[in-house]
Ligand binder design. Sequence first.
Ligand SMILES: NC(=O)c1ccc[n+]([C@@H]2O[C@H](COP(=O)([O-])OP(=O)(O)OC[C@H]3O[C@@H](n4cnc5c(N)ncnc54)[C@H](O)[C@@H]3O)[C@@H](O)[C@H]2O)c1
Length: 343
Amino acid sequence: MSAGTRPLRVGVVGCGVMGTDHARLLARQVSGAVLTRLTDLDAGRARSLATELGARTSADGPSLIAEDDVDAVVVASADATHSALVLAAAAAGKPVLCEKPLAPSLQEAARVVRSLEADGAERLVTLGFMRRVDPAHVELRDALRSGAVGTPLLVHGTSRGVSAGPGATSEGLITGSFVHEADSVPWLLGSPVTHVCWQAPRRSAGGPELQDPQLLLLRTADGVLTTVDVLLGARYGYDICCEVVGDAGAVALSGATHATSLTTRSADLLRTSAYAADWRPRFAEAYRRELQAWVDGVHGLPAPALATARDGLVAAAVCDAAVGSMRAAVDGAGPWVPVVVPA
Ligand SMILES: NC(=O)c1ccc[n+]([C@@H]2O[C@H](COP(=O)([O-])OP(=O)(O)OC[C@H]3O[C@@H](n4cnc5c(N)ncnc54)[C@H](O)[C@@H]3O)[C@@H](O)[C@H]2O)c1
């Protein structure tokens, strides 16, 4: 922030896992910003976080957006609330960083982007695809761009968690978890996803209604084939991997970025790896960089590029094709479905 520029006064909608994390980062670690307001359906949750961080509370999302002491908004409430809050912030002329997804369905995401573009307000909206500023993903992308592995041929990704959690659905694995690869794979390769195919093995113990794991195959316009296994009931830890195989080598996210390696005398001569229980430790630096880049960008300072509302729409179209393949699957084998991004 240049000398004399007033800190950006930020309000956060939703004080659950992500909203609490974002609010604490804004209050303590992001320069050029000050956390002024919080709101949550659970008023007590918002109040106690506000007390911890020296902020005030608002009655609900729309009133927070309208507050005089809010210049910009972070949306970290439930998926179904995102589109209305994004449009309300944009209508108020306030920059908004919205957690993924932009909207729960492709049709709704398309409606949001059409409305933003018609009003010339798309520049106000940033999507929380934090892998774009995750140091390990940035390093991987830089390696690809430098030609270190030659021409990319294959990508192998894994998206695993400790448990699927209550209320998880087969479709939710795609729109909630795989949506990150729907954005990060084309971003890494610099090539859009054109077709998606859904496959499934037998089910893990997540329950009879939940297809976990799932295997997603992606074709990008450059001819690269990507596999992504999504397994939310992996039990051993939160584990995000990505390897790109080229015609001159292979490059992968380093295990050290998400697991700690432990060698002790009591470990029977084994080295053990300790994984995080969820995404927060793994992507802590990415969330910090994301918020800093967003605040810097609003101040007009040089900052890494973050995902736009249109990127959110494109990712929604990739997920929509994956869900289409899943619904058409016979005995766990779905067809290839083209990705159609609405105009
Ligand atoms: N980028 C990532 O890595 C990442 C990781 C996890 C979740 N997310 C996304 O972040 C968002 C929040 O996820 P979470 O894990 O924090 O969920 P959560 O359930 O822990 O928190 C959501 C909070 O939003 C509140 N809320 C719901 N509707 C609201 C409304 N209309 N107004 C105000 N508050 C409302 C709930 O009471 C709850 O406290 C979701 O959209 C999710 O998809 C992103």
